[in-house]
Design a protein around this ligand. Structure first.
Ligand SMILES: [Zn+2]
Length: 115
């Protein structure tokens, strides 16, 4: 059984967990014999999906294509937003009650996919 991590934050996404899967494959056109590459599966956790979709247009044609797909999902139904919100609530619940040790947060990630 394969395990996938979120491409952006690396969080493990178990099969069946709420996430967004992006499938990509390449195929030759106008060339015989026609060739088709193996499909790649890329995963994003709900938070990263929503965050990327809300973020600025990334650079690069593939990144823009993926960004538009995420925007399509996030913009068409609030279910993905709700999944992100539920995950966020779960994480906050796991933090120690003190939680004020002043540890600096990670710098904000770029709305940017790395292929
Ligand atoms: Zn993520």
């Amino acid at each position: 059984m394969e395990h996938f991590g979120c491409l952006r934050c690396g969080r493990e996404v178990e099969p069946g967990n709420k996430s967004v899967a992006v499938y990509m494959f390449a195929q030759t056109v106008g060339i015989r014999p026609r060739q088709k590459s193996a499909a790649q599966r890329i995963c994003f956790c709900p938070q990263c999906s929503v965050s990327l979709a809300m973020g600025p247009v990334p650079e690069g044609a593939l990144n823009v294509a993926a960004w538009e797909m995420l925007r399509d999902l996030v913009g068409s139904d609030p279910a993905l937003n709700e999944a992100a919100w539920e995950n966020l609530r779960g994480i906050i619940g796991l933090l120690p009650a003190t939680g004020t040790d002043g540890r600096s947060r990670r710098p904000p990630a770029h709305g940017y996919f790395e292929f």
